[in-house]
Design a protein around this ligand. Sequence first.
Ligand code: ATP
Length: 491
Amino acid sequence: MRNHKISLKEIVSYAKKYGFIFPTSEIYDGINAIYDYGPYGIHLKNNIKEYWWRSMIQINENIIGLDTSILMHPKIWKASGHAERFKEIFLYNKSKNYSYRLDFLLEKIFKPNSKGDNYLCKKLCKIKTKKNNLKKRIIQYIADNIVLKKYKKILVLVKKFQDKWNYIYEYKLMFQIDFKKQTIYLRPETAQGIFTNFLNVQNSSKLKIPFGIAQIGKVFRNEIMARQFIFRMREFEQMEMQFFIHHKDEDKWFKYWKNKRLIWHLTIGLGEKKYRYFEHEQLAHYAKQAYDIQFNFPFGFKELEGIHSRRNFDLKKHEKYSKKKLRVFDKENQRYYIPYIIETSVGIDRIFLAILSSSLKMEVLKQKTKRTVLKINPSLAPVKAAIFPLIQDKRLIAYAKYIFNSLKTSFLLTYEENDSIGKRYRRQDAIGTPICVTIDFKTLKDKCVTIRYRDSMLQKRVLIKNLKKEIKQETSINKLLTKFLMLESTK
Ligand code: ATP
């Protein structure tokens, strides 16, 4: 069996052909970087959400869920700093008719995790600028944020930007809506809905610090550099958990969640080598410590999930802007305090892309036949099992339908009777169905069916009465949760 490396282009066309992801509004030529999830994509997405949700809410007695609105009071975004600071700086190059996002450009050139060089920073600060605040700010940004070894390159860049970059501009990332003569925003993160409900949740649940609030929901960012398929979209979905702690425990909980979130990803089975940590040196305006879990996508290692210590930045700001106290009582010291927060934040669409890009295989089999197979974790597979009568014979069809009906309340199944059995296997391989069940003439006598496994293509006979157990054992989300708990106890 041979494999070839799958390109992003192949993933995009696979996703459309097999009903995972479609470009939105395609008949009107679409909208860049917005996508629709197709009939199989939606099940995969829901299964990812279910696994995350249960691994947060069901396994941890001190984490509870929330579902807050997308449209919120505009003051929230002033308090959080997003209204002012959630924007990107771009350099426009007229000859190339192209805008470069400054942080990406710098990251590409300088690989900013090398250790500092004060000499260069000083030199950069001395560079004279005309009375152009934005230019000044960019140079300051470079000086403040980039620790350099390869400082010669930065001088080249600055020179270039003085000569060649035609203008520099800022781009706001929040979408705005007019509402009753004021501007409100589509939320760019789910976190603020958690912070602003923090006391409601605490008062109604009586949870004591440390405790967490988890939320899954849509968010919107007007990304100018939207590309790389569903990696960077303008409308996407986040799964966030905000963990409220006493400040003395910051390091302990930060390490705990950094470790735990990587373990969660590893259970999906895409291979340990595909993941790595990346420590931020350039922190978001709210963060005091930040690590990314990066994944090796077809275009290289990129952020999959962020783990941040937001400290009490957000709650403090909301206290100030709302003039409401957002504090908990510290029994030991007999005083109220604003808790610190450790955040874990991951985009479902990026997990989806990680899974597709690592699990999609084009295999050349022994007899030089080819198969497209999605070797996805069976617990996340869109369809759990396919039920086939071997041929279109009345008795076999009736038996297969009887089995389908008796199992359909337990699993998402599919039934097929058209085409040869080989072609039906191929179709199910391509959408990642872990088990195919075939009813043949022997079944009528021995009450057994043939089970065929997607990855190994091995077959075995199973008694019909054991079929439910067999499918459940292979495909339930509980299996992933058990693996997660096991791995957690060993790492
Ligand atoms: P990036 O540096 O890639 O722009 P970010 O640091 O802005 O990402 P966060 O604000 O930390 O991302 O958001 C948390 C998570 O949301 C990210 O780890 C990622 O999985 C997901 N995410 C962020 N932006 C997008 C997007 N435009 N499309 C899809 N998922 C996204």
